[in-house]
Design a protein around this ligand. Sequence first.
Ligand SMILES: Nc1ncnc2c1ncn2[C@@H]1O[C@H](COP(=O)(O)OP(=O)(O)O)[C@@H](O)[C@H]1O
Ligand SMILES: [Mg+2]
Length: 220
Amino acid sequence: MIHFENVIKTYENQQALTGVTFHASRGELLFITGASGAGKSTLLKLIYRALEPEGGSISVNGIETCSMKTGHVPELRRSIGVVFQDFRLLSGRTVYDNVALALRIRGMAERALKAQVMEVLKMVGLRHKADCWPETLSGGEQQRAVIARAIVAEPVLLLADEPTGNLDPDTSAGVMRIFKEINSRGTTVIIATHNRDLYTGTGRRVLRIAGGRIEAESIG
Ligand SMILES: Nc1ncnc2c1ncn2[C@@H]1O[C@H](COP(=O)(O)OP(=O)(O)O)[C@@H](O)[C@H]1O
Ligand SMILES: [Mg+2]
């Protein structure tokens, strides 16, 4: 599903990734960990092609993203769901509309999308909050709504950057259960986190970034 070969990413003369090589299989739930500033968010943004590397090669779902034409980037992104800090819910739109928007921009008709939106809201336990404004939800509920928006179009790949960053342990566990459920339905899931509680005991592969490269691989 994902192949990184010796990927180098530099910000203004500072190398964030100095040569990252890893593979993620289709259907895997993979953790990327490492200290703050290690390069976890940079790695996820490269997968989404929000950033381009200075060296190496990246392939996502069979596509070489470094050589792809700019016109094909939206198509790549439509196949990826993201839970990133900089993609918050839109205020002034209900939870329902926030989730529905992901289908509307794909041209789906209102009647067809309603069942899909309600199904995904049910899956994250927010069916009863469909008509609420984002501001009235708790942090955990907002994060679940963000996840619903990310998965409603059934992406082949889901990327989550510190998805439990501001959540208490119980709420975090609930969010992790949702990721496992999505993964069990066939979506490849990649979670970047500095919180070892998230992956400990999961039995899933954990890649640790340090010094700009994958320093260690273990099972959580
Ligand atoms: N837009 C940017 N401009 C300059 N430096 C950046 C930028 N984004 C990240 N960095 C730097 O790159 C390194 C890796 O950052 P990041 O990928 O955000 O790490 P992490 O997500 O693991 O905390 C850090 O040293 C950070 O300061
Ligand atoms: Mg980060």
